[in-house]
Structures are given as structure tokens and as C-alpha cells.
Design a protein around this ligand. Structure first.
Ligand SMILES: *Cc1c(COP(=O)(O)O)cnc(C)c1O
Length: 345
């Protein structure tokens, strides 16, 4: 492969001089009088702009994820990193991306918003990827390939060697979204970044960490890519309340391990119970905190559950997911309520 970052980045972005915020410019000496940013001196601590590069959060993440601080980007959800990938790499109306189908909807939404052609390659009947097929869908204008492992909505993880052979064979950027990585039995790909300059791995506090409301997502990549994301992002893209709350949860990872263990136990119980339901035709293997189930009549069952105040995701109109419901694992009581309702259907 002949990877060349400069040839992948949009020329205007490559040339871009980053906005220099007041808080970026001074460095070195300890300071205590801040008259540089037109802030109000009252109403502490909310009067001050937050750290634009979120050092305290990143130092904790660096330890937890065993990644250098310079290889971490933080954004307003992983959704920000997804959008930035388009804005940094894809020239609207000219470049394209390749993605698996079915997968997370935001890859396509951001492609459409940025006017970038979105090419899809259908997973096989076991929801597996083929590196050869994905490569065959690329051309000289393909900048990104999107993978999501464990995949949403199918729940399965992809074969590690198949993903690595794609990353090695493709001259552009491969983005692997590991939003559900904490639930997975598979090893993360982020430690392959050292050997693969064209790899970006996404992660988030929204799922296993139980912090969807604070909006904190992350991208791991070699420093050259992280520097480009930081140049393009809004200067204060992660607000102070989010940074404070992230530090709080990252200092208590014990809770997360406990939650993951409980959810995996409940996942097994719920899936076994689904397999016994006459209205359930198939439960697909999963590596995430949700599973896909093929039902006799997904739409009718979905409507029935809504009427009882129970909401699952109807995925029956998505490719390869005919008659499928996607069920997130809840608390024991929530799962029991769902099962009781389905047994009465
Ligand atoms: C839920 C989810 C995310 C999380 O996005 P945030 O913006 O970080 O909340 C990312 N990717 C996938 C595939 C998801 O399912």
C-alpha cells in the first residue's frame, strides 16, 4: 500500500491555520490574572472558557485506554468525530466513502450533509465482512472506509484478520467504530494504530460508561490525524460540565465493569428467553449490549409493545434485517416486563 496523508486530506484543510483562542496562546509560566478572553470575572467556575484540548480528561483516558494523549481526540459525541472525518478528508461532490450495510445511520447522514457519495457493500448472510468486496467498491476518490465492530444493528463483531487485511490493503483511511467495544469479547483494534497510520478507532462514553447525556466521544489515531481534527473542530467543542462529569466517571471505572458484567448476564438470559418465544424465529449472535431478533411479525409486535409503553427498535425495513427487532438490554425488571408482555402477545 502507498499511504500518504497529505494526498488524503482536503487541500484547504491541509493548508488551514487553526483558530488561535486566547486560552491557547499563553503557555509556560503559571498565570493568575486572566484579562485575555473577554470573560466576566464573576460567576466562577462557569465564567471561564473550558480547556480547548481537554487535558485532564485525556490524561485519564490515556491511562485507561493505554494510548498516548497526543493520539486522542475528544468531541461532542463520536458523532462529532464522524462528521469531522468527512470535513477533513472528503471533497464534496468529488470524493466518496465505502461503508458496510447495514450499519450505524450517522455515517450516511454525515455523508449526505457533506455532499459526499456514500457507497455500500452488503454484509453476507452471517453479517460478516469481506475485505476483497469492500476494496472492490473503492476507486481513486475513495477516502474513507467505515467499519463498526461490534456492528449496530447486527450486534456481531467482525473477524480481526479480515479488518486488518483491509486496513493493510487500502491506501485511504479505515475508521473502525468500537462504540460497543466494552461489551465485546474481541480485542480492540486501537493498539494496531502504532502499526497502521491509516487507522482511526472510535469510542464513546455513551454506552458502557452510561454517559450518553454528557456527549463525549473519542477518536484514536496517529498524531498527524488527531492534529488535523483539532485544527478543524470548534475551539471549545467539549464544555466544562461535560469535562467535569467525564473526569468523575473515568475515576470510577469500577462501576462500569460492574454494569457490563450485569448487562452481559442479562443479555444471555433475555436471549435464551427470546429463543423460547413462539413469535421469535431467530436470535442473532451478539457481542454488544443489544441483540437482533427475527420475529413472526416485527411491525405488529413493535406496535403492541409501544401500546404497553415498551419501546424496542424496529429494524425490519433495513437491508438483511427483515422482520427484525433490535432489543437493548435493560435492568432485570425492565427485561422481565418486556418478556411478560411478549409472552402475552
Ligand atoms: C451509539 C453509537 C455511537 C455513539 O455516538 P455518540 O455520539 O458518542 O453518542 C457511535 N457509534 C455507534 C455505532 C453507535 O451505535
Amino acid at each position: 500500500m502507498s499511504y500518504d496523508l497529505k494526498s488524503l486530506v482536503r487541500p484547504n484543510i491541509w493548508r488551514l491555520a487553526p483558530y488561535s483562542s486566547a486560552r491557547n496562546e499563553y503557555s509556560g509560566r503559571e498565570a493568575h490574572v486572566f484579562l485575555d478572553a473577554n470573560e466576566n470575572p464573576y460567576n466562577r467556575p462557569y465564567n471561564r472558557y473550558p480547556d480547548p484540548l481537554q487535558h485532564e480528561v485525556k490524561e485519564r483516558l490515556a491511562k485507561l485506554k493505554a494510548m498516548p494523549v497526543e493520539q486522542i481526540f475528544l468531541g461532542n459525541g463520536s458523532d462529532e468525530a464522524i462528521d469531522l472525518a468527512y470535513r477533513c478528508f472528503c471533497e464534496p461532490g468529488i470524493d466518496n466513502v465505502v461503508a458496510i450495510e447495514p450499519t450505524y445511520g450517522m455515517y450516511r447522514v454525515c455523508a449526505d450533509i457533506n455532499n459526499v457519495e456514500y457507497r455500500t457493500v452488503l454484509l453476507d448472510e452471517h453479517y460478516a465482512i469481506s475485505a476483497t468486496q469492500l476494496l472492490a467498491a473503492t476507486d481513486a476518490h475513495t477516502k474513507l472506509i467505515w467499519l463498526c465492530s461490534p456492528n449496530n444493528p447486527t450486534g456481531n463483531s467482525f473477524d480481526r484478520n479480515e479488518m486488518l487485511s483491509l486496513i493493510e490493503a487500502f491506501d485511504g483511511i479505515v475508521i473502525v467504530d468500537e462504540a460497543y467495544g466494552e461489551f465485546s469479547a474481541q480485542k480492540t483494534l486501537r493498539h494496531e494504530i502504532a502499526n497502521h497510520p491509516n487507522l482511526i478507532v472510535l469510542s464513546t462514553l455513551s454506552k458502557a460508561w452510561g454517559c450518553a447525556a454528557i456527549r463525549l466521544g473519542m477518536a484514536f489515531a496517529q498524531r498527524e490525524i488527531i492534529d488535523i481534527f483539532n485544527k478543524v473542530k470548534y475551539p471549545y467543542n467539549v464544555n466544562l460540565l461535560t469535562q467535569q462529569q467525564a473526569i468523575e466517571i473515568l475515576d470510577n471505572p469500577y462501576d462500569v465493569e460492574k454494569w457490563v458484567t450485569m448487562l452481559l448476564q442479562e443479555r444471555r438470559r433475555l436471549m435464551e428467553a427470546f429463543q423460547l418465544l413462539p413469535i421469535c424465529e431467530k436470535v442473532f449472535p451478539t457481542d454488544a449490549n443489544f441483540f437482533l431478533a427475527r420475529m413472526t411479525d416485527a411491525q405488529a409486535i413493535y406496535d403492541y409493545l409501544v401500546n404497553r409503553g415498551i419501546i424496542v427498535r424496529n429494524r425490519s425495513r433495513i437491508s438483511l434485517c427483515q422482520n427484525c427487532l433490535r432489543v437493548t438490554i435493560g435492568t432485570k425488571n425492565e427485561n422481565n416486563e418486556l418478556l411478560a408482555a411478549l409472552r402475552q402477545y
